[in-house]
Design a protein around this ligand. Structure first.
Ligand code: DC
Length: 217
């Protein structure tokens, strides 16, 4: 069985940073499952689909073609067009959370995600990696941090990139996303029973990485 390390948790807990470093250190593949939901919401908006119309969103989910390149600087192509810039925007995170709540969409996207399980191993980052997509994964982690800390980290990242940001707005958006992601009926964000629980509020990325590497060793 190809080993899988799942890292689930709310937005901004540091899953992306930590997962990329660990995947690189282990020489494993990396799945950023959020980017699939993000790309889907971009596809819907490009085609002027109402995100609150599940039937239309499901049709788009069934037909999107995605290409991922590179592990650190992720390049994503949607139906042949580069969407790497748009995919990281806060507005995209919000629209992704809306389409991700549609059960049929999640079912359609299961295979796309499972296809990433290739030798020698996979680090999978998301909300339901350990509870649904890779239920039998060998190693599972639930990584979280307080909403305020997560918002502050996101705020700093945006400012560093020269993007205008408002901390209060980010906190409110993060809380709204947490609510939607944890309260939805299908595959809600939850800790897998056998997952290592890590609160990164008072930990650096390096400390989190070390704890996870020790755990899987
Ligand atoms: O991890 P992220 O911020 O890129 O995710 C964006 C949204 O996508 C998130 O609010 C919920 C959804 N998502 C999901 O429902 N399941 C996943 N495995 C990953 C993301």
């Amino acid at each position: 069985m190809i080993p899988v390390l799942t890292i689930d948790g709310p937005s901004g807990a540091g899953k992306g940073t930590v997962s990329r470093v660990i995947a690189k250190q282990l020489g494993w593949h990396y799945l950023d499952s959020g980017s699939i939901y993000r790309a889907l919401s971009i596809a819907c908006l490009q085609q002027k689909i109402d995100l609150n119309n599940p039937k239309e969103v499901i049709k788009i989910a069934a037909t999107i073609q995605l290409e991922f390149k590179g592990d650190n600087e992720l390049k994503v192509k949607l139906n042949g067009i580069d969407i790497s810039k748009q995919i990281g925007l806060e507005t995209t995170a919000n629209t992704a959370s809306i389409v991700a709540a549609i059960p049929e969409v999640r079912t359609i996207l299961l295979q796309k995600q499972r296809a990433f399980q290739q030798p020698p191993g996979l680090v999978a980052d998301g909300r339901d990696m350990g509870t649904v997509v890779f239920l039998t994964a060998e190693h599972k982690v639930y990584l979280t941090a307080s909403a305020e800390i997560r918002a502050k980290r996101r705020y700093k990242q945006l400012i560093k990139k020269g993007i205008d940001a408002n901390l209060t707005k980010i906190i409110n958006e993060i809380q709204a996303r947490d609510k939607r992601d944890t309260e939805r009926k299908t595959a809600p964000l939850a800790k897998a029973t056998n997952a290592l629980y890590l609160d990164s509020s008072d930990l650096s990325a390096t400390q989190v990485i070390e704890k996870i590497l020790n755990f899987i060793r």
